[in-house]
Design a protein around this ligand. Structure first.
Ligand code: ASP
Ligand code: MG
Length: 413
């Protein structure tokens, strides 16, 4: 007997039929003698619909009230699933985040989980119940409903699995696992049987939307066995999905690169002719940080004649705001020559723990892009990833070329 946490995303509970299908899958695990805790998202599109309603009333919705509102989406699905489970003759009980007592801080719309009281859940599990918990939500110390940020149900699932020391946390979605890259761009993309936490973390932060980044961090920290799999596979044809592993398997030859990630949501800003003296970088990025704009890549060139150029990237949605700050606050203040911006760029990254022990990955990447005439505008690296910024029009080509160059379309030997 095992204790399994299963999290189902919005498309897996999109309507009554899908909810019934989830109930049947849960029943199968129950029948095998397992204890099951289910964590649900709202029906797909529901959270967006609720946010749009709020914005019709208030351009910048009050964060406390917004959480009160959007947390209702998950209440709909948990109660319906509990009913569907009872309809199959199982004992089931739904719980909101506050009822479990998933205690969070009070940062509305992006709260962090502080602790989880597993007492109620244990009692119900021991008396044979399936527990159905609303994802994405918790409660702060004062009793206010909070939410964990978009995609937060993944984090709820992993956090519950950690609290209950579950044997496995299964994330059911509409794809059957984590792929070497987006199959819509590269049809030859392969499903990975395993990927390490570190790689998954990079893939998630670099644009692969399979898991919320925080859920991966959480799983890595608490060593939760995490698996991504599909809830749409036909009965009897289910595949084991992708297992996210704590450590790279030392007995196996690792592929050098595990995946190619990309992100279209980027914009680049350049401050030209910046005086080359101490303090300039912080003078530029200070006001940007104060405006709560996240900066990703940063490049400063070697100075000539006492001046240099300084470039950085931000999320495309922040482009206008960042440009305005540079023009109005920074350019006159530090005496820069000009500000340039480009919001038609994208970031393409190669990710793999095998990079640590294999030199030459970067040069191979740059050569492959050069052969296609793709100009690299910026580069950044970490121990297990290399990212380049290129013109957005080359995104598909760059992803395809790199996927092939690193042999990702072929099954590992
Ligand atoms: N329903 C929430 C969202 O759409 C949480 C989730 O689905 O993970 O972001
Ligand atoms: Mg999701």
């Amino acid at each position: 007997m095992a204790l399994i946490v299963q999290k189902y995303g919005g498309t897996s509970v999109a309507n009554v039929e899908r909810i019934r299908a989830v109930a049947e899958r849960v029943a199968k695990f129950k029948m095998l003698g397992h204890q099951v805790v289910v964590v649900l998202s709202a029906m797909s599109g529901e959270t967006n619909r609720l946010i749009a309603l709020a914005k019709d009333i208030q351009a910048r919705p009050d964060p406390r009230e917004l959480d009160m509102l959007v947390s209702t989406g998950e209440q709909v699905t948990i109660s319906l699933l509990a009913m569907a489970l009872k309809d199959l003759g199982l004992k089931a009980k739904s719980y909101t985040g506050g009822q479990v007592r998933i205690l969070t801080d009070n940062a509305f719309t992006k709260a962090r989980i502080l602790s989880i009281d597993e007492g109620n859940m244990r009692r119900d599990l021991d008396s044979g119940h399936v527990i159905v918990v609303a994802g994405f939500q918790g409660v702060d110390a004062a009793g206010n409903i909070t939410t964990l940020g978009r995609g937060g149900s993944d984090t709820s699932g992993v956090a519950l699995a950690a609290a209950l020391k579950a044997d496995e946390c299964q994330i059911y979605t509409d794809v059957d696992g984590v792929y070497t890259t987006d199959p819509r761009i590269v049809p030859e993309a392969r499903k990975l049987d395993t990927i390490t936490f570190e790689e998954m973390l990079e893939m998630a932060s670099l644009g692969s939307k399979v898991l919320q980044i925080r859920s991966v961090e959480f799983a890595g920290k608490y060593k939760v066995k995490l698996r991504v799999l599909s809830s749409f596979e036909e009965e009897g044809k289910e595949t084991p999905g992708t297992l996210i592993t704590v450590e790279e398997d030392k007995t196996m030859e690792q592929p050098i690169i595990s995946g190619i990630a990309f992100n279209r949501d980027e914009a680049k800003l350049t401050v030209l002719g910046v005086p080359d003296r101490p303090g300039v970088a912080s003078q530029i990025l200070g006001p940007i940080a104060e405006a709560n704009i996240d900066v990703d890549m940063i490049i400063q060139n070697v100075g000539h004649d006492g001046t240099t150029d300084f470039s950085f990237t931000v999320n495309r949605g922040e482009y206008g705001r960042a440009l305005k700050i540079l023009e109005e606050q920074i350019k006159p203040h530090i005496g820069a020559r000009a500000i340039e911006g480009d919001n038609k760029i994208c970031k393409v990254s190669a990710v793999g723990v095998g990079m640590r022990s294999h030199p030459g990955v970067a040069s191979m990447m740059f050569r492959s892009l050069a052969e296609e005439g793709i100009n690299i505008q910026m580069i950044s690296t970490s121990e297990i990833k290399i990212s380049v910024v290129v013109d957005e029009k080359y995104l598909e080509l760059a992803v395809r070329v790199l996927h092939q160059a690193f042999g990702l379309d072929k099954a590992p030997a």
